[in-house]
Design a protein around this ligand. Structure first.
Ligand SMILES: Nc1nc2c(ncn2[C@@H]2O[C@H](COP(=O)(O)OP(=O)(O)OP(=O)(O)O)[C@@H](O)[C@H]2O)c(=O)[nH]1
Ligand SMILES: [Mg+2]
Length: 304
């Protein structure tokens, strides 16, 4: 692993791909790998892009990557919780992002779930660390959907871009799903279609229900046509404005994120120490109502 870590740190593309597979599989080496590279991370800016299926996320990420490339190297993680495919970009994304195929300054990878969604959020965060360690300046995380799992994944990013499209009804769903709270920038894509302005108004009126203090960031709404690139420079401006605005606040966000990850790993590690047979026995008693859940938990913790 230490050899692999060294190669990741030197930016070796094959090593980066291998390292991401290791964290994705939750292989035993994953922890050692993260331990080796962690001190050399913290440089990359993590950009989360989420939105309903087919919203144009990959098309936009492709355009955005071209803009970022003027000054930065870019790593892209396309996260699809519903896809069994991983280990490289899925075909559609590969085609869509073909413009960067020959560019060594861009690394594209898709991430799929290997079981539970919580694991995917963790694997994505670790994959982002790997890309960060390999020297990428920008790491873009694309996630499909507008539900809680995506919210969790996007939360690991430094900026959350929420993409909506007119006329799908997804807008209403998204505005309900707690997306309003996590969005730092809204993108209304497919602005070449009818209803874009109506969607912008809907987001506006939703935002007007929130109170913003004098120094607070009010999420801007950027209209884009990803297929032509229209609005993409404005999106980059919005990203940079947020980045400049939030440098002080970002520290608090970083700390909260670090704490959440630590708590998660500690609970996982503790659960792993619980004897499976003892656990099963207590579950039996719990389901037979011979013991209440709190006493059951106390018994397990006491045994540790
Ligand atoms: N008319 C129009 N079509 C667009 C626009 N942006 C993307 N598309 C098209 O919408 C389709 C889906 O685009 P993708 O970029 O694959 O969307 P996605 O959100 O990444 O899709 P998933 O990853 O499958 O959820 C493609 O056929 C794009 O060409 C746009 O602004 N206007
Ligand atoms: Mg996509």
């Amino acid at each position: 692993v230490s050899d692999l870590s060294e190669r990741v740190l030197s930016g070796d593309v094959r090593a980066v791909a291998r390292a991401i597979s290791i964290v994705e599989d939750e292989a035993p080496d994953a922890a050692a790998l993260v331990r080796d590279v962690f001190a050399r991370t913290g440089h990359a800016y993590l950009v989360g892009v989420t939105g309903p299926p087919g919203a144009g996320k990959s098309t936009l990420v492709d355009r955005l990557t071209a803009e970022f490339r003027a000054t930065s190297t870019v790593g892209i993680l396309a996260v699809d919780p519903t896809s069994p495919f991983s280990g490289g970009a899925v075909l559609g994304d590969r085609l869509r992002m073909q413009s960067h195929a020959a560019d060594t300054g861009v690394f594209i990878r898709s991430m799929a779930t290997r079981g539970h969604l919580g694991g995917l959020a963790r694997a994505t965060a670790d994959a982002a660390l790997v890309l960060d360690a390999s020297g990428k300046d920008i790491v873009i995380i694309e996630t499909v959907g507008v539900g809680q799992a995506e919210v969790d994944i996007v939360r690991t990013a430094d900026i959350s871009i929420v993409m909506l499209v007119p006329g799908t009804g997804d807008d209403v769903q998204a505005l309900k799903a707690g997306i309003m709270e996590i969005a730092d920038v809204f993108v209304v894509n497919k602005a070449d279609r009818d209803g874009a302005d109506r969607l912008v108004s809907a987001i506006e009126s939703n935002l007007s229900l929130q109170t913003f203090g004098p120094g607070d960031w009010r999420p801007p709404i950027v209209k884009t046509v990803a297929t032509t690139g229209s609005g993409v420079p404005e999106l980059l401006t919005a990203i940079n404005a947020f980045r400049a605005h939030s440098t002080t606040k970002q520290a608090g966000r970083h700390r909260a994120r670090s704490e959440a990850r630590l708590r998660e790993i500690v609970s996982e590690r503790l659960m792993a120490k619980v004897d499976a047979r003892a656990l099963a026995a207590i579950v039996d008693r719990l389901s037979a109502r011979e013991i209440d859940p709190y006493s059951a938990a106390d018994a397990i913790v006491a045994a540790l």
